[in-house]
Write a protein that binds this ligand. Structure first.
Ligand code: PMT
Length: 410
């Protein structure tokens, strides 16, 4: 089976209609294409299909209640909503559709819909007369206006004996609609086409002696996410990576370095052939004045003084290039006075934009899968809330491209 949905995180919410039995098949079809599927069952869905069945086909615990403390402890409603890349509601009853159109949040399903930034697909399933009802028609029109994707319904004989539009679309057709959506690249995704971009990522490592070094907790995930998305959107990407254990994103040229001085050298060379430069690496500000040739031995003293010297400021050097200077974007990792310090670095390093990154919260920033930043540029600011590093990379790149384009046109 082709892995068309490999690594996609799909949240499938099942509401209470006779078509709920098909959601087990839908789960299986999604999983066999490589997706990780988590399931929400509403109270009425559980009258048609059990959590045990859905747990068996998805391979994950099933969420059934908004106010169940043990379920919330495992993966709370906000975490579930954030976890999802794609959110499918199948079957979606007339009642659920009405609640979504109103923006209600009175159970786990509706709360997660309000809390997610994922694309939401809705597969209506109801009696044909209920589907024809003007109230339902208006509610579906509202969902479309709110950028929900409606799949179906199909026409045919219904469980109640009526014939007409209202049957839930077949699982394979729902899967095909999701695959088609994933494969299609909206126009904005092509906008990096033809633009060259250099990104630094990960930590640097400054040797103390042959076996010890100074470094930090950067995993490289944020910089690698930026590189992956930019390449997907058509950019020619050079990724200068410190010592990290991450796979090279598709279509990206990777240069591995260890120390700040090596990163500096690679960055200056690459920056001169790039239109945009993003410094996401956590570069060590200092290195040893002299690296010990042999392993340092423990002495009789209780303290040990290491003499350090300043490393070159890579991003400031890039931003000061007198020729072929790229549009230069930095990050500011701060534990306090976030915006003030970030504005200071924007000015002192002569950057075009900076991503102010609060790293005091262990849930985001260094070595986590989530992050949040405030983008600052001379004419504006934009807060981008906590989300997966992949989703955040898309938003950062969107704003970088906007400002880069404005500067190029000016
Ligand atoms: O790698 P992850 O685990 O995914 O974590 C991501 C991150 C938290 C490392 C990333 O989002 C981030 O904030 N990167 C910047 C980290 C940092 O070193 O910030 P800073 O405020 O110390 O540096 C400011 C800017 O100057 C940064 O763009 C940095 O790359 C650059 N710099 C710093 C020192 C130096 N000698 N040369 C530089 O170019």
């Amino acid at each position: 089976m082709q892995q068309t949905l490999a690594n996609k995180r799909i949240l499938l919410a099942v509401s209470g209609g006779i078509a709920a039995y098909k959601s087990a098949d839908l789960t299986r079809r999604l999983a066999e294409r490589g997706a990780e599927v988590r399931v929400i069952l509403t109270d009425s869905a559980q009258q048609f299909i059990t959590p045990l069945t859905m747990q068996a086909v998805s391979g994950n615990p099933v969420s059934t209640s908004l106010l169940d403390p043990s379920a919330e402890a495992a993966m709370g409603h906000i975490e579930l909503a954030k976890w999802a890349d794609i959110f499918i509601i199948a079957p979606a009853t007339a009642n659920v559709i009405a609640k979504l159109a109103q923006g209600m949040a009175d159970d786990l399903l509706t709360t997660c819909v309000l809390a997610t930034t994922a694309n939401v697909f809705v597969a209506p399933a109801m009696n044909q007369q209920m589907y024809k009802n003007i109230a339902t028609r208006k509610n579906i029109a509202t969902l479309k206006e709110h950028n929900f994707h409606i799949i179906g319904p199909a026409s045919g004989e219904q469980a109640c004996g009526d014939v007409g539009l209202g049957r839930m679309e077949e699982p394979l057709n729902i899967v095909a609609a999701i695959e088609q959506f994933m494969a299609a690249k909206p126009a904005y995704q092509q906008h990096w086409q033809g633009i060259s971009l250099t990104i630094t990522a990960g930590p640097t490592r400054e040797a103390i002696d042959p076996v010890r070094y100074i470094s930090n907790h950067s995993s490289g995930k944020m910089g690698f996410a930026l590189a992956a998305i930019a390449a997907q959107q058509g950019a020619t990407v050079t990724l200068i990576a410190g010592p990290v254990s991450l796979a090279t994103p598709a279509g990206v040229k990777r240069i591995d370095v260890i120390s700040a001085e090596q990163m500096h050298q690679a960055a200056i060379a690459a920056a001169q052939n790039s239109q945009v430069f993003i410094g996401c690496a956590a570069v060590a500000d200092y290195r040893m004045a002299k690296v010990a040739e042999q392993k340092l031995k423990k002495t009789g003293n209780d303290d040990l003084n290491l003499q350090l010297v300043k490393n070159p400021d890579i991003i400031a050097s890039v931003a000061s290039l007198s020729q072929q200077r790229p549009f230069t974007v930095g990050f500011a990792a701060e534990t306090h006075n976030l915006l003030d310090y970030a504005r200071g670095k924007l000015a002192s390093k002569k950057l075009d934009m900076i991503c102010a990154n609060d790293v005091s919260d262990p849930e985001q920033g260094f070595n986590s899968d989530q992050n949040a930043v405030t983008l600052i540029w001379p004419q504006g600011e934009q807060a981008l809330p906590a989300q997966s590093k992949t989703a955040l990379a898309q938003q950062i790149l969107h704003h970088v491209l906007q400002q880069f384009t404005l500067q190029t046109k000016a």
